[in-house]
Design a protein around this ligand. Structure first.
Ligand code: NAD
Length: 264
């Protein structure tokens, strides 16, 4: 009997097998979860995601562009048909136009800002609302965030401001949904090589910074992000909500580069 035996969940955000959502999925599958997935609309996107998820025998694969309320409604309606109710939902989605991501934040465009906030932040609000309707006994919702929403991480630019809003959304959603026994938490992951990460300037160098500065003197592994996400989605985290849990080898506790300062 796995930790997730008899538990049903919807995963939003698998793009390929590098995706953080996939790292978390693998841990959930090991623990016996029954899973449904969404993909960006379009045959090409469907094929791409199907290739990744097919080996684990997904119960559901539906298109969903989180910019569209009707897509989110349709995805949760399909989940209701397939599963009846849901125990958990993983939201592992972010987007900002490349030209805005590359610019200093002071030069952010209004349209780019709106789009990035819509896809990377508001989507969690909408998804949580629909998810809560399928969680009559309670449940767990987890999103992915980054330290660049707490402190300035040069190169993270507009996405840092989105993550700050996402972190605040986690707390307000936790407050609203807490009485229904629905928990909302964020995993704040250190750098992981993914499609989304490749859009962030100097993302390769960031990992080296974690090796030099974090108390553990290394960067996190994909598996560690997977386990942390799985933990927060599980009943083992039943008393935790509104939390941003850092899985970053302790990088976020450092106020100065420590030994790296001596070496500099
Ligand atoms: P990824 O590219 O694999 O995942 C991003 C996902 O967002 C993709 O599946 C993509 O299809 C989806 N997406 C984008 N626009 C969408 C839309 N309109 N509708 C529906 N889905 C949409 O990259 P990832 O690194 O696994 O990113 C997942 C989450 O993890 C993001 O929130 C990211 O900010 C966060 N995160 C990543 C890192 C890292 O270093 N990779 C660190 C901390 C947090």
């Amino acid at each position: 009997m796995g930790l997730f035996s008899g538990k049903k969940g919807l995963i939003l955000g698998v793009a390929n097998d590098y995706s953080i959502a996939w790292a978390i999925t693998q841990k959930l599958v090991d623990e016996g979860a029954e899973l449904g997935f969404t993909h960006l609309p379009g045959e090409k996107m469907e094929r791409r995601v199907r290739r990744v998820v097919d080996p684990i025998g997904p119960k559901l694969l539906v298109p969903c562009d989180v910019q569209k309320d009707e897509d989110i409604a349709a995805a949760f309606s399909a989940a209701k048909e397939t599963f009846g109710t849901l125990d958990f939902v993983l939201h592992s989605i972010a987007f900002a136009p490349l030209e805005d991501l590359k610019r200093p934040f002071v030069k952010a465009s209004r349209e780019g800002f709106k789009l990035a906030m819509d896809i990377s932040v508001y989507s969690l609000v909408a998804v949580s609302r629909y998810a809560s309707e399928l969680m009559p006994e309670g449940g767990s919702i987890v999103t992915l965030t980054y330290y660049g929403g707490e402190k300035v991480v040069p190169g993270y630019n507009m996405m840092g401001v989105c993550k700050a809003a996402l972190d605040a959304s986690v707390k307000y959603l936790a407050y609203d949904l807490g009485p229904k026994n629905i928990r909302v938490n964020g995993v704040s992951a250190g750098p992981v090589k993914t499609l989304a990460a490749s859009a962030v300037g100097d993302s390769d160098k960031l990992a080296g910074l974690y090796e030099a500065i974090s108390p553990m003197k290394r960067n996190i592994t994909r598996e560690e992000v997977g386990s942390t996400g799985m933990f927060l989605l599980s009943d083992h985290a039943s008393g935790i909500t509104g939390e941003i849990l850092h899985v970053d080898c302790g990088y976020n506790v450092m106020g100065s580069p420590g030994q790296a300062l001596e070496a500099a």
